[in-house]
Design a protein around this ligand. Structure first.
Ligand code: COA
Length: 574
């Protein structure tokens, strides 16, 4: 009996690959297994290869896996593209009414042809529902009762009208019937986890949105852009129920500008975008920095530069997020490493933004934003949500930009009696009045940057794991944590001494924790999904240690084996 399985559904954009994967994932998660997904498709609405991968287990899953146990191919091209990634004895489920893959698969592959299109067209009367027939076959393989799908199909297709819904429900039934008449001779039943608790299942984008609301975000403005658009949809749907406002602006400049305005008046505000949108936001991030107005900006990174590969993953906005804009403009850059961390990461992002009155950029990426994972339900009551330190009326001129020990000045909001002040993007003195005096710019720059020294000392922005006796280490960030942890676990189990550190705050760096991690290390590998090794370069410049970049930028997340092989090679050469 396998303890975990990796399943890929592949076909053409428009064939319902993603819906199949999403429904399967939710149904599997509801049977108390843990899930981890990855999806990739072309930027076009129809056509081009699309795929959805689900890995599930009776224990938490750290990565989307390596080789496939099951491949569902809706067309011949899907076999050509993906069959090589099947395990030696992997199972290929294909649409036998459309093609015969026999000559295109590696020897040893278990073939299971099912006439998906015929059942859907002739038996059901809706060709598009062939994906539901396939879903039913998968359901039987993984021990999911037919009822487990029916409610999900109702939720998914109910809005498309009763006829579409009924036909899809029928397709599920026909699929089950066909499967029962043609059983698959393979044990693909992953045990149900012994845990009693019901976990949450969310995508990274959903978790970031929910985390923001839990952190008290009540103003959202954004412009749709892949892969961040789901955040706008989530906020439009859910924020009003919490007394908040979600606003689709005409572009990204307007989005961040309106967030800065809302935050100026006291609201916790955020926007979300992807690379090209982040580029447009650079000027106003500088304004937020100069005026010390907190704002949280989610950047769901995708392959760049320019419009690049909008639906493919990459971690290549890091250097820009750290440096974007002109002048010395302090900001915080955070990077959540899994879906649970997307939730708590947003709470921490608002914590830092509000406490230090500073813009915070939250770097997700396509694979994480669109990844679905199960995680333990958060205890909302225990979240730390500081508000901005408010000024009190003191009878004299209110110094909105009072130069304090940690650089944070008590704030007033429009309407606070006796606390009127000027706020401007021009350099200003403690009162907020424009000032060009050389000593003032020096002093106020130091005040704004002083906050970073205190932020760097905040706890909880690193995670250390692996063998503490190691002389070889890995520093990872964002979505590379999962595959890194899996690689480290395998390495440690095989007697290879290696440890790892996830850096969740990229700017300012959690200096104490990084220095402590480096003690005793001779080699440190930095895996990143970008071409130039952006975190590696920052670490090298700061710590003068020969960090070793390990980069790829093919639009795909790391496979744990890739990181394991690199670790093994470095240890062998050491
Ligand atoms: N019965 C009825 N409708 C069905 C169905 C079924 N059995 N199975 C799927 N569908 C519908 C889906 O609900 C969806 O409809 P919607 O567009 O109204 O939501 C549609 O068919 C597509 O199916 P889905 O499973 O979601 O996707 P897919 O695997 O066919 O792939 C995409 C299509 C996702 C690749 C494409 O729609 C897309 O979004 N491309 C990316 C666009 C983008 O982000 N570009 C970047 C711009 S910068």
């Amino acid at each position: 009996m396998p303890t975990n399985l990796t399943v890929r559904v592949a076909g053409e954009g428009g064939e319902g690959v993603i819906s199949t994967g999403e429904l399967l994932t939710t149904a599997v998660a509801r049977t108390r297994r843990d899930v981890f997904t990855f999806r990739t498709y072309p930027a076009e609405i129809k056509g081009g290869p699309a795929m959805f991968q689900l890995r599930f287990a009776d224990h938490p899953v750290l990565s989307v896996g390596t080789l496939l146990d099951v491949l569902v191919a809706f067309n011949e091209e899907a076999v050509e593209l993906h069959a090589a990634e099947l395990k030696k004895d992997g199972l290929l489920i294909y649409d036998s009414s459309v093609f015969d893959p026999e000559k295109k698969v590696p020897a040893g592959t278990a073939l299971y042809g099912a006439p998906l299109t015929s059942i859907a067209s002739d038996g059901v009367g809706l060709k598009k529902s062939k994906n539901m027939v396939a879903l039913a076959l998968l359901g039987q393989l993984f021990g999911i009762e037919i009822e487990g799908f029916k409610s999900l199909v109702e939720e998914k297709f109910g809005k498309k009208g009763d006829e579409v819904l009924q036909k899809n429900l029928r397709a599920i039934e026909e699929g089950y019937k066909w499967g029962q008449a043609h059983p698959i001779e393979k044990d693909l039943f992953v045990p149900i986890s012994a845990r009693k608790e019901r976990k949450l299942i969310m995508s990274g984008n959903e978790a970031m949105s929910a985390g923001a609301i839990a952190a008290g975000c009540r103003y959202y403005a954004g412009y749709p852009i892949t892969p961040a658009s789901d955040i706008l949809s989530f906020m439009e749907k859910n924020l009003p129920a919490y007394g908040g406002i979600a606003f689709q602006t005409e572009d990204e400049i307007a989005a961040i500008s309106s967030c800065v305005g809302a935050s100026f008046s006291g609201a916790r505000a955020m926007t979300a975008t992807s690379g090209p949108g982040l580029s447009l936001m650079a000027e106003v991030l500088g304004l937020a920095s100069m005026t010390e107005i907190p704002v949280v900006i989610v950047d769901a990174q995708r392959s760049g530069p320019s419009t690049g590969m909008p639906t493919k993953t990459e971690q290549s906005d890091l250097a820009f997020a750290v440096n974007m804009g002109h002048g010395d403009a302090p900001r915080v850059v955070l990077a959540p490493s899994n879906v649970k961390d997307c939730f708590y990461g947003m709470v921490r992002a608002f914590y830092l933004a509000e406490k230090y009155q500073i813009p915070v950029v939250m770097l997700s990426d396509q694979s994480l934003s669109h990844r679905t994972q199960t995680f333990t339900r958060p205890n909302i009551e225990n979240l730390v949500k500081p508000a901005r330190t408010r000024a009190s009326k003191n009878g004299s001129d209110y110094k909105r930009f009072l130069d304090t020990e940690n650089g944070v000045s008590p704030v007033s909001f429009p309407g606070d009696e006796g606390l009127n002040h000027v706020t401007t993007g021009l350099e200003h003195d403690e009162l907020g009045h424009p000032s060009w005096s050389p000593s003032n710019h020096q002093r106020m720059s130091a005040k704004r940057h002083r906050k970073l020294d205190f932020i760097a000392k905040e706890k909880g922005f690193t995670r250390r794991f692996g063998d503490e006796h190691a002389t070889v280490g890995v520093i990872c960030w964002g979505s590379t944590e999962g595959p890194t942890e899996e690689a480290i676990n395998v390495a440690n189990r095989n007697g290879l001494e290696v440890k790892a550190l996830t850096v969740k705050m990229i700017h300012p760096l959690p200096d104490e924790e990084i220095r402590s991690f480096l003690v005793g290390l001779k080699h440190v590998i930095v895996p990143e999904i970008n071409y130039t090794g952006q975190l590696c370069n920052i670490l090298r410049a700061k710590y003068l240690f020969p960090f070793q970049p390990f980069t790829k930028c093919n639009g795909m997340p790391f496979d744990p084996n890739e990181i394991f092989d690199r670790i093994e090679e470095v240890i062998r050469r050491a």
